[in-house]
Write a protein of this length. Structure first.
Length: 263
């Protein structure tokens, strides 16, 4: 349907919700805790709305939401301002690093998918809304489980984060890969799908393990089959609306789907 794996030279994977942390739980837990320390209760759905962006951009977007700004004003005696983004990031950094480290288990099948892609001659890059400090323990734990990408771009290492294409551009430039039509971007968040589209990549959404579903592996497995299918369909609609060319449940399905076999 798309020339199979031979049509591509590089895959750029997201991290939380795509390769590690089934359900993309770690960033949500850290965000909710950081805001709670300033007296603001964040609803999980609100916290997930801007997932995939750089964490500072995510915090800024949350503070700009009327309901969050109102709660902040009630708890802190004034409206949120720019300085509060930096203050929240100081709190969020350690929380995010610890939560990410605890949730660094690879999605089942992730290491095998990477091995198959490499066997077909593709390079493996990765990008994330985490800072490099937040990613340090995740990289170590992923490597212990058999996943070490050829390249990593973290939040703050390009002039703009997602949904801009600059992290993908950086990976392609440093790995010597072009044109962008020979690059696959795999992501569970709408901002990451938009990033892939903006870069001109073939873009793959991940429905079951990611932000759109928001459930742990055990919670997902425990769903009633009809409910599970309805939720998967809703997640797929979101990702396709964001611009995904293809949607798979998890990265375990990626190679088969790219080869045109959805069975």
């Amino acid at each position: 349907m798309m020339g199979g794996l031979g049509a591509f030279n590089l895959v750029v994977f997201d991290w939380a919700g795509t390769m590690v942390d089934f359900g993309c739980r770690a960033p949500i837990a850290a965000l909710i805790e950081a805001f709670a320390r300033r007296g603001v209760r964040l609803d999980e759905a609100v916290a997930r709305a801007d997932m995939g962006t750089a964490k500072a951009d995510h915090v800024r977007a949350l503070l700009a939401r009327p309901e969050v700004a109102a709660a902040w004003t009630a708890a802190n005696g004034r409206a949120p301002r720019d300085a509060d983004v930096a203050a929240l990031m100081e709190v969020l950094g350690p929380l995010m690093r610890d939560a990410a480290a605890e949730a660094a288990e690879l999605i089942p099948g992730a290491a095998d998918a990477v091995a198959a892609l490499r066997a077909a001659g593709l390079k493996i890059a990765s990008s994330t809304g985490y800072t490099r400090e937040m990613m340090a323990p995740v990289l170590l734990k992923a490597a212990e489980q058999g996943y070490s990408p050829d390249h990593l771009v973290c939040a703050g290492e390009t002039p703009e984060g997602r949904p801009s294409p600059l992290m993908i551009y950086k990976a392609c430039a440093e790995l010597g890969v072009w044109p962008l039509s020979r690059v696959i971007k795999v992501d569970d968040a709408e901002a990451g799908i938009a990033e892939g589209r903006n870069a001109g990549c073939f873009t793959v959404g991940v429905s079951a393990s990611g932000n759109s579903m928001g459930l742990s592996r055990a919670e997902f497995a425990a769903l009633d089959p009809a409910d599970r299918q309805a939720r998967l369909a809703a997640a797929e609609r979101k990702l396709k609306a964001a611009g995904a060319d293809l949607v798979v449940e998890t990265v375990a399905d990626l190679v088969r789907a790219l080869q045109g076999d959805r069975a």
